[in-house]
Write a new protein. Structure first.
Length: 178
């Protein structure tokens, strides 16, 4: 996943070490354990949120990168650019009201290009359940604009249709295994 992005990986074992790394480098994505020896993930999130330029010039939203990571973690060969550009080589495009299946990628609104991974389709015309990266956490509502977490959510099909949302059905044969 990180190889395609040509990113350098930094590691830290504690909250304090992590904050030192963040003060030295422009780091577009931060992954964190829930509990650290000297803090927790919400402490890291609060500090990252205060760094207003973090991500704004680089990737901004990492929801699609999270979807790409899920695919790659399952052994598929896919690049973030193929997800971002909704490459017809790797995906069939389905409308907002199409029947979807676990593993499809949803695009909430093409204007903002928010991606999510489908985990369950409810009755047609109702809800689609998902796992999303880069979504607001209601418990962290005061942390803005970077109140981003990974979360289980649902989308109403009527809302998706109103935003010109769509689904991407993967062409697994084109993604191959390493």
């Amino acid at each position: 996943m990180f190889d395609d992005a040509d990113w350098k990986l930094f590691t830290a074992q504690t909250y304090t070490e992590g904050m030192v790394q963040l003060s030295r480098e422009l780091i577009p994505v931060v992954l964190c354990e829930c509990q650290l020896p000297d803090g927790k993930w919400t402490d890291v999130l609060s500090q990252v949120a205060r760094r207003s330029m973090l991500n704004q010039r680089d990737i901004g939203a990492w929801c699609g990168i999270f979807a790409t990571y899920c695919y790659r973690a399952s052994g598929l060969i896919i690049r973030w650019d193929d997800v971002k550009l909704q490459s017809p080589q790797y995906f069939d495009t389905l409308g907002a009201n199409a029947a979807v299946q676990k593993g499809d990628i949803g695009v909430f609104d093409p204007k903002i290009n928010h991606h999510f991974v489908v985990i369950q389709d409810a009755a047609p015309g109702s809800k689609v359940f998902s796992i999303d990266g880069n979504v607001g956490n209601p418990a962290e509502a005061t942390v803005s604009p970077w109140n981003s977490v990974i979360s289980k959510r649902f989308y109403l099909r009527a809302t998706l249709a109103g935003k010109a949302g769509r689904f991407l059905r993967p062409k697994f044969g084109a993604m191959g295994k390493p």
